[in-house]
Design a protein around this ligand. Sequence first.
Ligand SMILES: NC(=O)c1ccc[n+]([C@@H]2O[C@H](COP(=O)([O-])OP(=O)(O)OC[C@H]3O[C@@H](n4cnc5c(N)ncnc54)[C@H](O)[C@@H]3O)[C@@H](O)[C@H]2O)c1
Length: 359
Amino acid sequence: MDTLTYNQSEIRFGNLKDSGFNALLSSPRYAQSKKVIITDENVFDLWMEDFITSFEALSEAEIIQLPPGEENKVLDICNHVWSALSEYEIGRNDLIINLGGGVITDMGGFIAATFKRGLSFINIPTTLLSQVDASVGGKTGVDLGPYKNQVGVFADPDYVFIDSRYLATLPNVELDSGFAEMLKHGLIADADYWNALKSVDPKVIPAGLLETIHQSVLIKRKIVTEDHLEQGQRKNLNFGHTIGHALEGFCLSKNKPVPHGFAVAWGMIAESFISREMELIDARLFDDINTTIRSRYTHIDISNSDIDQIKPLLLNDKKNVNGSISFTLLTDIGQAVYNQHVNDELIDAAIRFILNREV
Ligand SMILES: NC(=O)c1ccc[n+]([C@@H]2O[C@H](COP(=O)([O-])OP(=O)(O)OC[C@H]3O[C@@H](n4cnc5c(N)ncnc54)[C@H](O)[C@@H]3O)[C@@H](O)[C@H]2O)c1
């Protein structure tokens, strides 16, 4: 069982049943705590029986099942959960266990961090995306209309348990979605990793991805350890997300949600296009990124006439400084630069470029 630490969190990799999870729940730190499991309906159906029957310490746990999907990562749902926690008389010494994808770890972390000014929580991510990215790093929160992650706090889980067995039931589209964040890790921090990922198909034996997941978590952990509150280089993790979040928010507002990673994948092409136009990377590197990502991700269903509705969403991005849209761009494969101002025409051209299916 491999273990990493960052800030106040410990991350354990491998089969949850061999991870010391039960012993931990029975240890003095949590033995007296009431345990509440927050999950979504899909994960409940697929994994809850296995989960609660495997760990004696969960025999009395309360289970809160939420409707799945990004459209449910909202304050209304948090309200319901906070009310349920009050009904269960959950107090400061009790424990929340988030079992699910990034929606559950983001929202469950937020619910825990804000209820009675903060409960301890443990993340057990069950999607590739949440294992390589969302469950680690301490960003929690919910969306507000079409604006992604507008309400939230930084809060670290006590533990993250990463068990790739959960990926065995994950639909292919969600495996591809998570893979986009891994490609991002290569692009912003590690050229060798980017090149190695080109021969990985996450859909082939997903449970065998643990080593690759570990590599992504190492990259993310290094960045978030050095800049926990995103004052500097942590902004590099937002590569692909400025335009990606606008695409995702737009599709969400039209009731046709796209997986987060697909929006990020197309956002990475757009922001690489901007990097090339600003002469930060050359045409050869851009072609490598464009062809690699295009070959893996189906187009998002938007058209040129939607651009006028997508662009205003960029103005509410959390990275913006003094009303100016701030981008993370690439200067090489494996190297990024943050706080880059990009003019309006270039943003327009980048979005038009990704809408063009002929390139
Ligand atoms: N906090 C961060 O640093 C951070 C980083 C990246 C992304 N995110 C957030 O993560 C979210 C996306 O996460 P996601 O892609 O995991 O979405 P998700 O939680 O919606 O999960 C995707 C789908 O997979 C299902 N699912 C989950 N585990 C499963 C399993 N083992 N088998 C079968 N189905 C399963 C879910 O029910 C859902 O339908 C977005 O809201 C994004 O903003 C947060």
